[in-house]
Design a binder for this molecule. Sequence first.
Ligand code: ATP
Ligand code: MG
Length: 417
Amino acid sequence: MADIIRSIRGMNDILPEVTPYWQAVEAALKDVLSSYGYQEIRFPIVEKTELFCRSIGEVTDIVEKEMYTFNDRNGDQLTLRPEGTAGCVRAAMQNGLLNQTQRLWYMGPMFRHERPQKGRYRQFHQVGVEAYGFNGPDIDAEMILMTARIWKKLGLTGATLQINSLGSTEARLAYREVLVTYFEAHQDELDDDSQRRLHTNPLRILDSKNPAMQALNEAAPKLIDHLDDESRLEFDTLCQTLTDAGLSYEINPRLVRGLDYYGKTVFEWVTDQLGSQGTICAGGRYDGLVAQLGGKGATAIGFAIGIERLISLLEANDALPEIPSIDAYLVAVGDAAAKQSLILAEQLRDQLPQLKLITHCGGGSFKNQFKRADRSKARWTLILGDDEISQRVVGVKTMATGEQETVAWDALASYLK
Ligand code: ATP
Ligand code: MG
């Protein structure tokens, strides 16, 4: 084993015992999204590096230190997507989708060179949702309500909704001055990261995960007290809609989001059950991005759910979805039975398209085949040997009770049904 080639640190294999949970969670997500009229879009995992630099922003954690960037054989500088918003906007612009409103979703792997730990990986998976061309705040409310419905569908109760408004670009710039003045007055209390951010991206200081920065951040002036009138009104309407819909939330004035492109509504769903990697869903409005990427201005809002964290949280809550089990395991002893078992299995599959049936391939004794049948957790074991072939029957053992019956081939489908 010593010399086998291992996977890249922070990039996980998702094994067959776990993939059924992923499939069930993904199916639930797709169900809810399509029930709101959201359509799937698929775009490449690799894009020009420039796309991410221009959209996410140069002074963000992602662009500064987390991107997987490389030159391909033509010398083009490319990056494995660290998130989906940039690629989705690019695809929508390039394909003329922004001429009308769009409700879109995508799902797949994202790549960030972070320090791997529980809930933080270098290849992780998101479902991302974006809506283009809606001014809000009605779509803002719809999206947030839709995330709440996703948790409901999954039976998840352990997450809290936090919301904030980042205001207009002008309001944010004015607030930035106020914030810099405040932090300058407390220079000696800033950690290294915050020192660095003070003049490049001071809002990000508020986003610090360093406990030593908490007190200082809590006492900082709040952006929500410096909003422009339009953002204020939209935020109040959003809050009122959520209240009327019976959804509880916390206003978190320090919620600024890590990426540059956000303005107005931002929100996160957080839990204290996953240690410090407690955000399972994050999003907000990013009206400026299309223009920033050279397109005609289109308003936009979106969010992304981290699927690894969502699954961990479901596990912590004992709420992992039920996994459909195998219906039947067909054992066949002897060459003639082995051959006939495949024919019989195909007939059953024709008659019962929903049937989950495993045929034992590869021979072996009854004892060994039964062991496999047991391990498969199938509801029935179907038994085919020389005797059964000559009588055109199968033995059907109900695994839960141990009862066994003999059923004619012709009657088998209706028996199992
Ligand atoms: P964090 O503050 O935890 O680093 P972020 O602000 O960088 O999160 P977003 O870019 O908003 O995260 O991504 C949306 C969601 O994707 C996060 O809320 C989280 O659930 C998930 N996510 C982000 N980075 C990772 C990662 N490295 N590993 C696993 N999940 C991640
Ligand atoms: Mg991050």
